[in-house]
Design a protein around this ligand. Structure first.
Ligand code: MSP
Length: 528
């Protein structure tokens, strides 16, 4: 593998297009996007992958229900995911569909490789099957009354010829990996759960089906289709050209980005990633991803999960339209409100409160007060200083910015989104307090112009630094802020430029007269 120092590969799950994308799906994609944008900000060559997981019985059934062929069904549905990611500014580098021919070609080859190695063998499956989850369960794992341990629905007894993957063979290697690298599975709650699960012993798993045909055919036994997880999990490497590249150049992407730096997944699919995917990679002699992070679920107050099978999903587009908010507001809310590894209770009240208080009041006001003052006190809106008059308050603010920046970086490096936003807000809140304390309007009326200029300059610098650090979270807003304070130079939007420049190297600000309100307050009376 190549030197990976300057590359970063982050993946979001590939979603089942068996229903419209909802806020729960958006949550993980936004998190992955924030990390991708953050790493780009730090100068990494980033690859962000997402897509749709289009095979399987559920999809075949959905297509039948709608009276269309599966191809037509998945074409329409996967487009809906792409459309939503566009609205939400998900800057993916590649969108993979498991029906893409290059992916199917690789899956066939991977399956054959594992078979030839003796890690896949043919046998007979007799047992309990959950159709909605597309998963088999042993009697001991199913509840007494034959209900699916994952979704609680009825399991059906099924008997069929199937291929099996020798998962049991890899239990010791997986445990050793966990022992050597406790940060491989995060957060710790997921790590402990996975460890316990493997310690209890692993059974071989069924990896082919004959009861439906919508999937990748097993190349040497066409009656079978590759059962969902080998097909789905392989997307992380097939997207890079593994077993489908037509030239060395095409395969260079694989050497450049694999192993992945982080797979973001919901906690219920952690087992497939931290156990099955790991075993498949070991069997293929491939390096393992550096980290698998399992995030929590968006729940409602009564503890039910937001999910399409429960029919209680919230559409991000509805939120944006009904509350007349920007995609940035939704991105901010999701990552600020819910600490990433935990479940979070979604409520419309918390949505409105977050936006009104953090975005409209704290950040929005800081920018609008500062720019209004400059426009009022400087007829041309230009702040072009030669010198700074730094007092104790200013020095304190400058040190708050640099501390917050370090904290933000450490926290984002360990995927603590909410906490890293808090670190930025410590600057925003202190800047607002600073305005109250130094009362620039009094400096103006007492003609203390040198001090006034310093105060306004420091405020512009803080705002610029905050806007830089917020690029990963609310990219459109950061750009709006830059243009409101007249920053167009790329060099002043970089991570390293996020510091307050001193008298040696002053930045010139020119405030734009046409000001758009960054985050209008949501007036609940006007929401239907
Ligand atoms: N297709 C598989 C993933 C294969 S990855 C190789 C799948 N698809 S899914 O559409 O059912 O779910 C995709 C992701 O959405 C999962 O990570 C899941 O946790 C996430 N979410 C679905 N509902 C969610 C919430 N209510 N809250 C947070 N995330 C949730 O599983």
């Amino acid at each position: 593998m190549s030197d990976k120092k300057n590359t970063f590969y982050v993946t979001a799950p590939i979603y089942y297009p068996s229903g419209d994308p909802h806020l729960g799906h958006a949550y993980c994609s936004i998190a992955a996007d924030v990390i991708a944008r953050y790493k780009r900000l730090l100068g990494f060559d980033v690859m962000l992958l997402t897509g749709t997981d289009e095979h399987g019985q559920k999809i075949e059934n959905m297509a039948n229900k709608e009276g269309v062929i599966p191809e037509e069904y998945v074409d329409g549905m996967s487009q809906k995911f792409k459309d939503l990611w566009k609205v939400l500014d998900i800057s993916y580098d590649k969108f993979i569909r498991t029906t893409d021919s290059y992916h199917k070609e690789s899956v066939g080859k991977i399956f054959t490789k594992l078979y030839e190695k003796g890690d896949i063998y043919k046998s007979y499956y007799k047992g309990l099957y959950c159709e909605p989850c597309e998963a088999f369960f042993t009697k001991t794992k199913a509840k007494v009354d034959c209900l699916c341990p994952d979704c609680g629905r009825e399991l059906k007894y099924t008997e069929e010829e199937a291929y099996f993957f020798k998962l049991s063979k890899y239990a010791d290697k997986i445990l050793k990996l966990y022992e050597e690298n406790p940060l491989f599975v995060r957060p710790a709650s997921c790590f402990n759960e996975m460890k316990k699960f493997v310690e209890a012993g692993l059974e071989d798993i069924c990896v082919s089906r004959t009861t439906f045909s919508w999937g990748v055919k097993v190349p040497f036994d066409k009656k079978h289709v590759v059962y969902v997880w080998i097909d789905a999990l392989s997307n992380y490497i097939t997207a890079l050209g593994y077993e489908n590249a037509k030239s060395k150049e095409e395969l260079s992407n694989f050497y450049k980005f694999w192993p992945a730096d982080v797979h973001f997944v919901g906690k219920e699919i952690m087992r497939f990633h931290a156990i099955i995917w790991v075993a498949i990679l070991i069997a293929l002699d491939l390096p393992l991803p550096k980290c698998i992070f399992g995030h929590g679920w968006l729940l409602f107050k009564d503890g039910t999960k937001m999910s399409k099978s429960k029919g209680n999903v919230i559409s991000p587009l509805d939120l944006i339209n009904k509350y007349a908010v920007s995609a940035d507001a939704v991105r901010y809310f999701l990552l600020r409100e819910f600490p990433f590894g935990n479940d979070g209770n979604f409520s419309f009240d918390s949505f409105v409160n977050r936006i009104n208080s953090d975005l409209a009041n704290d950040l929005g006001n800081l920018v609008s007060r500062t720019t209004s003052m400059i426009l009022k006190y400087k007829s041309d809106g230009v702040l072009n200083l030669e010198n700074l008059l730094l007092g104790i308050d200013e020095k304190e603010l400058i040190s708050t910015v640099s501390k917050a920046k370090n904290t933000y970086q450490n926290l984002l490096d360990s995927f603590k989104f909410s906490e890293s936003l808090s670190a930025i807000w410590s600057v925003v809140l202190q800047a607002n307090r600073y305005i109250e304390k130094v009362t620039p309007w009094k400096l103006y009326s007492s003609k203390n112009i040198e001090k006034l200029d310093t105060v306004l300059y420091i405020l512009c610098e803080l705002i610029r630094c905050v806007a830089v650090l917020l690029i990963p979270f609310i990219p459109t807003t950061s750009e709006k802020i830059f243009s409101q304070i007249g920053i167009s130079s790329k060099g002043l939007k970089t991570f390293s430029s996020a510091k307050v420049y001193d008298s040696e190297n002053l930045v010139k600000y020119k405030i734009c007269r046409e000001k758009e309100i960054l985050f209008p307050r949501i007036d609940l009376k006007s929401v239907d």
